[in-house]
Ligand binder design. Sequence first.
Ligand code: 5GP
Length: 334
Amino acid sequence: PAHRQTVMHVKAYYSYEPADDPYLPCRELGLSFQKGDILHVLSQDDPNWWQAYKDGDDDNQRLAGLIPGKGFQQQRETLKKAVTDRNPDNPGKLWYVKKIKKARKKSLYNPSRNVECYTEDILTYEEMALYHQPGNCKRPVALVGPANSGHDDLRQRLLSVEPERFVGAVPHTTRSPRATELNGREYHFVSRSSFETDVTAGKFVEFGEYERNFYGTSVDSVREVVNAGRICVLCLHTRSLRVLRSTNLKPYVIFIAPPPQEHLRTLLSKEGRNLKPEELKEVTEKAREMEQNYGHLFDAVVVNSDEDMAFFELLRLVNKLDAQPQWVPSSWLC
Ligand code: 5GP
């Protein structure tokens, strides 16, 4: 058959398994996908069931299948959420199942009835478009990961290996300059009140307090690196991603994931860092939590099971930003 036109490209913000979906008109027709997958939508003629295929299966549109439409998925997730929110001990589960069975009998599914809808909060899909970064305007690279996942070391290594290419943003601080320090070089030295005003105005990507002084990275200092044609490398908390993504800097977010616990223990002890079992567990737990809550904002994941390998994988990803267009939210290109 002739190649069909794609109506939209989306990034899936949830994982989907057709075998577990009782509403799918025909199970064999469903397309399974993972959170983070790019999907090419071929048809939205049925608003409840879009036809799509996965990125990478391009030469084989025959692998297209049905996926839940955005509105449909949001509505049923809202219903599930409303039930669990109302009944923390979940006695409403039965009610939910009964309601579904009844709706199915009537082959009618209208989860919006009787339910307050906050559908916009439900993550389903984001429309994406291809973006090729210009040579003089590089996307900042944000490394995120739990403490001890090694993202700080990887950042330092990038900065020291190619200092002309990779640059850190000059942070702000409220502490006084030391004798050798120059305003605007090591730090932007500012007063506490000026720092607080800027934080309130949303000018900081991230900030923290250390020994009674504030430190932070402003959007403008990231922009300065970008305007100089360099790649700004940042280590960020996951909660800072939203701020950075709301600028027009188009950050490329890489999650540095720790290897399995036993491997991580060996790795860290080689560096003379001996973590207790509960500390190791915390690294893994934290990583899982970050992926759960922010995984949809990651552009790539690098498992740090070997520092050299992780470093070269990181370099490969960053080089790819120059070589190939990448998927970004289409709202970024307006
Ligand atoms: P120093 O005052 O010795 O230059 O830095 C002390 C500490 O401040 C650093 O070890 C680091 O923990 C923190 N710090 C430096 N720059 C930043 C920054 O941009 N953001 C945050 N949150 N902390 C920083």
